[in-house]
Design a protein. Structure first.
Length: 349
């Protein structure tokens, strides 16, 4: 069974050979850890890193445009990003529509030329996708992280956005329409290319509760989600939604919008709640804790946590994927223990 076949079977509860596991090393880690150590671990865990080819040391990643220290970046929407650490996505510090009246002279970016954060050559992108399709690869594409709610926050400023929602500002609806039109054009392109999984990632949650009330989400954001997903879903395309934080009060509306796979964090939402609410009904891509157990626990505790999450949320029929994001602060033994456990419990069934 190929990686693509296994992924699709897991998403559709069609008895995959193994639980899809994704271990993501943030680019900041190459300056925070011994690079040879990281590369040794990647070579030792071929299931997690099947295509890894060891680069020469010192290795310097090509940091994302919004993750370059001392290089402020103005994106296609006119939002100014700054970060204090290479590899870690920065924060928008200048909001072009902090005064909503500025929308009268505001020029939206052109989706024929850019993705919202960086340029795009659609002809070259189509050729890349066609080549990957011929090789039988799993094709995952979609919108930039923070495509709708966060984009509005970046444009207007978070507090200004919520005040505008409270006041039901007429111009806010025009800004929402502008953002949705841009996103629709991106998704229409990818839908025409025949991708397997369309991603619509953006963080909606905080440590406790969402960043937007369910009432405002339904009124201002959900209608765009539904229309975007209608465009994205073509044939057998799966819709993948990611959000950090506590999104328990928004989950029903996300699935009602048409989401097939939900990526959400384990501890902040609660594995017991996820089991009761979602397991066996929807495909879960569980974001493995990186605040507590993997950061401060023992290797044995890490192994036990991942095993119990697999037992609680998965069946032989599928419905579970897992992902882990490595950042700074973990001891070597905990990085290794997380990789070991993900490889071991991928084949639990």
């Amino acid at each position: 069974m190929t990686e693509k076949e296994n992924y699709m079977r897991a998403a559709r509860f069609e008895t995959p050979d193994y639980i899809p596991m994704n271990f993501v090393i943030n680019d900041s880690c190459y300056a925070l850890y011994d690079q040879e150590m990281l590369f040794d671990l990647m070579e030792e865990h071929k299931f997690l890193f099947p295509d890894f080819k060891r680069p020469k040391v010192p290795y310097k990643p090509d940091y994302a445009l919004v993750a370059r220290k001392d290089e402020p970046y103005t994106d296609d929407f006119g939002c100014l990003w700054k970060t204090s650490e290479n590899g870690v996505t920065g924060t928008v510090v200048k909001h072009p529509l902090s005064d909503l009246n500025a929308f009268n002279t505001y020029r939206a970016p052109d989706p024929e030329k850019c993705m919202g954060i960086g340029k795009i050559d659609w002809n070259a992108e189509k050729e890349r996708i066609e080549a990957d399709i011929k090789q039988g690869k799993l094709i995952i594409r979609g919108l930039r992280h923070g495509h709708t709610f966060l984009q509005l926050s970046d444009l207007c400023g978070y507090e200004n956005l919520l005040y505008s929602m409270f006041d039901d500002e007429p111009v806010l609806w025009k800004i929402i329409d502008m953002v949705e039109s841009f996103n629709s054009a991106i998704l229409s392109k990818y839908a025409s290319f025949g991708v397997d999984v369309m991603t619509i990632a953006e963080d909606l949650g905080m440590q406790n509760g969402p960043m937007i009330s369910p009432e405002y989400f339904v009124k201002y954001i959900k209608p765009s989600y539904k229309r975007l997903i209608e465009i994205a879903r073509k044939g057998s395309t799966l819709i993948h939604m990611h959000s950090d934080g506590d999104i328990r009060t928004l989950v029903d509306d996300l699935f009602d919008s048409g989401v097939d796979i939900i990526n959400l964090q384990d501890r902040v939402n609660g594995v017991d709640w996820i089991k009761q609410k979602l397991a066996g009904k929807y495909c879960i891509e569980l974001d493995i804790d990186r605040q507590f157990v993997t950061a401060k626990g023992t290797p044995a505790q890490i192994d036990e946590m991942i095993k119990e999450e697999v037992k609680s949320l998965s069946t032989k029929q599928g419905g579970l994927m897992m992902i882990y994001g490595l950042y700074g602060g973990l001891p070597y033994e905990n990085i290794k223990a997380t990789m070991d456990a993900m490889e071991k419990y991928a084949f639990y069934y």
